[in-house]
Design a protein around this ligand. Structure first.
Ligand code: PLP
Length: 439
């Protein structure tokens, strides 16, 4: 089985039929946009789901190893989520409420604030955005631009923040006028030729020098946006020390720090929010995916000092999804009360360990890395010659490109303090294509 960050489901075939499913898939291919993504790689017609198991119309069962692209902290159709949704429906509560106050929203906000880093929660404001993560990113960018009166943005190589114009510009690999692209500390590709703490420190120094150089082209940005663990870029955890450096660098220059936790939130990385590992308190947190319990919901949480935009500055029809708020509140509470972040840390460490053992001597596995249960393998082709440095993965929905050590996967421990980079090999996305397993 090729295990990778994408596509999200490993196939576990238990039966085969598939006439109706084939018809649905054929019609989809005829009628839907050429831009469809997962649907191409995964010829699956999901009809039922529970936990990590999804049942297809063909009667086969599939394991969703990516939890609905990170949107399902409790897996599919968890009973507490279903009960919360049913309670809203049974109460005949209005489902479309714009951004009006409701008991459901009040309960969601209580639960959300209870989980935030205390340094932010004490003085936080929340803005309910349009339903997707990309909407929350747009809102965050507008917020910091309004609050600072500045326009430029600092963002990182390999980043992914969404598909709307501003979020796409902040993402690596996209044309990005007004965005200064900074090197993300990616040991396996070592943008500075050294990995480990030294490589991360060089990356931080590069940022510092650029900001302080009047001719560096990055003077007075409105904000810095980063992912504490890059997701679509290939599951690349930022070192805690580097995150703290980014916090210090931005604070010293009055640059709001935006943590995009759309994909890393709600326990997935082994802490409730991924910034909790480092103790960094961002000025702005962008949240979506799992906060809606699997239904569309997105918010920006930010320090009250930034709350200077006028009424109506950021509006939208779909900002009050009551079912998502109920499902989200139930999910946040369940994760918190049952210490599921700690569990993700424990199980994730075990899984990383086992995957690293598996990778030893397998030269097509370039790297095994992750944090908590956000884990990825980087697949490479040692026969195809050297690859290129930097985060070259296409934006979103693509297998990461990479470097590989000639002797198989390197571990995070091995990479700590590594003086030099691994030998580069080209990515091998075809290795990440889904394949069937025997049950
Ligand atoms: N930010 C991050 C870190 C993401 O991983 C994603 C999606 O994968 C987004 C933003 C965009 O979220 P959405 O797809 O809901 O627009």
């Amino acid at each position: 089985m090729a295990v990778t960050q994408l596509p999200p489901m490993a196939l576990a075939a238990v039966s085969d039929d598939g006439g109706a499913a084939q018809g649905i898939l054929r019609r989809q291919a005829l009628r839907e946009s050429a831009a469809r993504t997962y649907a191409r790689a995964l010829p699956i017609v999901p009809v039922r789901a529970r936990g990590m198991t999804v049942e297809g119309a063909d009667g086969r069962r599939y394991l969703d190893c990516l939890s609905g692209a990170g949107a399902l902290a409790l897996g599919h159709n968890h009973p507490v989520v279903l009960d919360a949704i049913r309670a809203v429906l049974d109460a005949e509560a209005p489902l479309q409420v714009l951004d009006l106050a409701t008991p459901v929203k009040d309960a969601f906000t209580d639960e959300l604030f209870a989980t935030l880093p205390p340094g932010l929660a004490a003085r936080a404001r929340v803005q309910f955005c349009g339903p997707a993560g990309t909407d929350a990113v747009e809102a965050a960018l507008k917020l910091v631009r309004t609050a600072t009166g500045r326009d430029g943005l600092l963002a990182f190589s390999g980043a992914y923040h969404g598909m709307t114009a501003g979020a796409l510009a902040a993402s690596g690999g996209a044309p990005s006028s007004g965005v200064t692209r900074l090197p993300f500390p990616y040991d396996y590709r070592c943008p500075f030729g050294v990995g480990g703490e030294h490589g991360a420190e060089l990356s931080a120094r590069w940022t510092e020098k650029l900001l302080d150089d009047p001719k560096g082209g990055a003077a007075n940005p409105a904000g810095m946006i980063l992912e504490p663990v890059q997701g679509e870029g290939g599951v690349i955890p930022a070192p805690d020390g580097w995150l703290r450096r980014m916090r210090d660098i931005t604070a010293a220059r009055s640059i709001p720090l935006i943590a995009d936790e759309v994909q890393t939130g709600v326990g997935r990385t082994g802490a409730f929010w991924a910034v909790d590992h480092s103790g960094v308190v961002p000025d702005v947190m962008v949240l979506s995916k799992a906060i809606g319990g699997g239904l569309p919901l997105a918010v920006v949480v930010y320090h009250e000092d930034l709350d200077v935009w006028p009424p109506g500055a950021h509006a939208g029809t779909f900002r009050g999804n009551q079912l998502a708020m109920a499902a989200g509140a139930a999910t946040l509470a369940y994760v918190r009360e049952n210490n599921l972040a700690e569990r993700a840390a424990t199980v994730g460490a075990r899984m990383l360990d086992r995957l690293r053992q598996f990778a030893t001597g397998r030269r097509w596995i370039g790297d095994v890395r992750g944090r908590g249960l956000m884990i990825g393998l980087e697949l490479v082709d040692p026969e195809a010659g050297p690859g290129e440095a930097g985060n070259a993965a296409p934006v979103g929905h693509a297998a990461p490109t990479g470097y590989a050590r000639g002797t198989g996967a390197a571990t995070n421990t091995e990479r700590e303090g590594t003086p030099g980079c691994a030998s580069p090999y080209q990515a091998s996305p075809s290795e990440a294509a889904p394949c069937e397993m025997t049950p």
